[in-house]
Design a binder for this molecule. Structure first.
Ligand code: AMP
Length: 387
């Protein structure tokens, strides 16, 4: 097969999706002299669209819009995984789509993802795919409790997860799921949640950022600590697993693998994100390269950059809950006054509780220092009254 040409600055990166991950990818591309075209079904002025040379705002199956986008771009990537496979198939006949459709389709559906992990010999929580209450009852009996029922399809706007501790009525639980297929998973008692953000180039080379440690609040990432406070052997093992996953998916681009680290020191993969990941945002400020640059390099056919981290870092998410009113931002003074804190805002016009509006990263000489400063800034932002 002919080697794919390298796309150099001056060429156009196409991004599907208009959110903050697309924005930060677009920013890296613009910095390096690429053109950027964003295709989003959001209205004009999306976070990524604000940075792009061209923003196409249309339904994803709008023929005219797709043709315009395809004419403009040299390579297509995406900033979220829930894109219809048919759409990617229609794009990839004309332009390279990276990461490819198979990787996307595997990771956008929990059932497919779990089956992939099982087939690839990657450690994961034991699970059963269930399609009705009877199958659910049988699966609960097999796996035991506690266990957790999730919708098979991430994109399905179901009722979320249900933790089962024993004694629940499978008929009621199944009805509440409100989805055609479910995945019942064994419950993992974990000490920490960690992630590996890494990239795989077109030639198969692989580079991972240090493992990071993630703390969630109400199921949304609240804070990332990097590097993770774990034994070097665990980091090496998690990195090797991420590399194995990337190879098995024949992946091109940045990806993240989320793990549970159990009290016994074993790793279990929870989820794969086929894109840059929230837990990798600190790389913008703390590493020699960053996860968005790696995405750009990988999809352009360039070699990957050095993923080494130069300073311990803590990243704090800024959710809409912090905004005193939907169009009134908090007073950022505490963050802006800190000499080693960096504020990143995503250009979203209205704050909604739970919506990711931005983040800040604090560097420190030690993790303990960065963490203490980050917590102090987080508390200060919550406390500062706005005139
Ligand atoms: P998910 O939507 O699968 O990423 O799960 C969201 C969160 O729920 C995870 O970050 C965990 O904190 C928790 N969780 C999900 N699955 C399990 C499991 N099998 N065992 C323990 N906790 C889980």
């Amino acid at each position: 097969m002919k080697p794919s040409p390298i796309l150099l600055p001056g060429r156009t990166l196409g991004i599907l999706g208009g959110g903050q991950l697309g924005r930060m990818t677009a920013r890296e591309a613009k910095r390096a002299g690429y053109r950027v075209a964003v295709y989003t079904n959001e209205p004009h002025g999306s976070p990524a669209g604000q940075i792009a040379d061209l923003e196409v705002n249309a339904a994803y199956f709008d023929d005219e819009a797709r043709e315009l986008f395809l004419r403009e771009v040299d390579v297509i990537t995406m900033e979220f995984e829930n894109l219809p496979g048919d759409l990617l198939a229609s794009f990839e006949t004309t332009k390279p789509v990276r990461p490819g459709r198979v990787a996307l389709e595997t990771c956008q559906n929990r059932e497919k993802e779990k089956l992939f992990l099982r087939k690839s010999g990657v450690p994961h929580a034991d699970f059963r795919v269930v399609k009705n209450a009877e199958e659910l009852a049988a699966a609960i009996a097999e796996l035991g409790t506690p266990c957790v029922l999730k919708t098979a399809d991430f994109g399905y706007d179901g009722k979320g997860q249900q933790k089962l501790t024993g004694g629940e009525d499978p008929v009621v639980v199944w009805k509440k799921l409100a989805a055609p297929r479910g995945v019942l998973e064994q419950w993992v008692t974990f000490e920490k949640e960690i992630s590996i953000v890494a990239a795989r180039a077109l030639d198969g080379s692989f580079a991972a950022f240090p493992a990071c440690e993630n703390e969630h609040f109400r199921h949304i990432l609240d804070l990332t600590i990097s590097p993770a406070r774990i034994a070097p052997g665990i980091t090496a093992e998690a990195t090797a697993i991420a590399g194995k996953i990337a190879s098995a998916l024949d992946y091109t681009g940045t990806l993240a693998v989320e793990f549970f680290l159990t009290n016994e020191g074993t790793l279990t993969v929870n989820e794969i994100a086929p894109r840059p990941h929230n837990s990798g945002h600190h790389t913008l400020d703390s590493c020699c390269s960053n996860q968005f640059e790696q995405q750009l390099r990988a999809v352009s056919g360039l070699p990957l950059a050095d993923p080494r981290q130069h300073s311990p870092a803590v990243m704090v998410n800024l959710l809409g809950d912090l905004w005193p009113a939907p169009d009134q931002a908090p007073d950022w003074t505490p963050v802006l006054r800190h000499p080693r804190a960096r504020l990143h805002l995503y250009g979203k016009r209205r704050a909604i509780p739970g919506r990711k509006m931005g983040h800040f990263t604090v560097l420190g000489d030690t993790i303990a220092q960065a963490l203490a400063d980050a917590r102090q800034l987080q508390a200060a932002l919550r406390a500062v009254p706005v005139d």
